[in-house]
Design a protein around this ligand. Sequence first.
Ligand SMILES: *Cc1c(COP(=O)(O)O)cnc(C)c1O
Length: 425
Amino acid sequence: MKQTIPVPAAIAELDHQDSFAGKRSEFRLPADTIYLNGNSLGPLTFAAQERLVEACKQEWRQDLIGGWNKHGWLDLPIQVGEKIARLIGAKTGQTVACDSTSLNLFKVLSAALSLQSGRTTVLTQEENFPTDLYIAQGMRDLLGEHHCKLKNVQAQELSDSIDESIAVLMLTQVDFRSGYKHDIEILTKKAHEVGALVVWDLAHSAGAFPLDLDKWQVDFAVGCGYKYLNGGPGAPAFLYAAERHHKLLRQPLYGWMGHAQPFLFERNYVAASGVQKFSVGTPNVLSLAALQGALSVFDNVDLHALREKSNRLAATFMRLMSDVESLQCMNLISPIDAAQRGSQLSYTHPYAYAVTRVLIEQGVVVDYRAPDCIRFGLTPLYTRYMDIWRAVEALKEVIESRRFERAQYQADYQNAGSKLRITVT
Ligand SMILES: *Cc1c(COP(=O)(O)O)cnc(C)c1O
């Protein structure tokens, strides 16, 4: 994008004082791109690339099948899980990296239901991410209404709906559209007071701000490896199961990697102890290696400081937006109070799709969510204050020039059909 106008001194000073300024060099960001979409797909890091190349060249190529033993490939889900554990406030032995968020949700939702006798209702909210709703619907259709009923309420009814009839409260902490953030501690406590268990989806939380799952007594959680954790497209997800439930819980996907002794090749399933029982099939070694490398970027990161920078980036963005008269057509739908917000800002605009298209053409990568929402993801490890300033400048230019009204963008919108929810590239 055009970078001819000098960055104002106040913005440059914020970058100058940024304790994460050095972190950006650990990322392989393309030149001339302002990337505000790390909430959807984190960028490549040098560490992920190196670990992936090593796994290919030194491990797979040299040692072939010997790699399973020599390089501990079978242990990767637990090893990588332990690296994520620090980021979510979990002590050892409760976190595994495997499969996708959707699959892991199926496993933990079923496990949570298996621990509840006499209660069958799963409470969630209508605004939940579609895959979470679909997984719950699939569970209901598989088990039948007698064993799994869904109660799907609106956000404002949520708190009052947590009562003795609920078996499992299943929520996503940060709303993918608005960025609204639930208080896990309060809702978990409320659920436990009425005897319900909780399943939290941390897709837009892990790696974005501190979490304290053990302290908050969370029962189960799942999350995404390719968003704030930068594990690469389709990276393995993670799964957390509190140790106090390990003995009694059952998860329905009996695979050999979740067997107590997979290499005895026994005829009957005997679940492994601990969180290992959530493993199903052969680990995705290369994807796990990339995620393992990417996670090392967090090794010396203080998540409280990370969160502070995210809040400051957001405050800067909101202030710059409100200073520009022509940008008052953009309507902020994220909470203004940082405590109620994840690490993104979302604005609506009647031509959101076309505006997103033009912004991306200008080198400012954001994304669009139907019907009228533009998301700006804030990822403090590599986002500079000057990126925020340039993004607002670019947006101002797009709006004032009214370029988004051109026929080509409208035509795209008409033709986009089922692809509307996907990031426009
Ligand atoms: C991104 C996201 C997912 C992704 O699920 P996959 O199975 O990894 O595709 C799930 N839930 C939420 C809330 C998400 O934001």
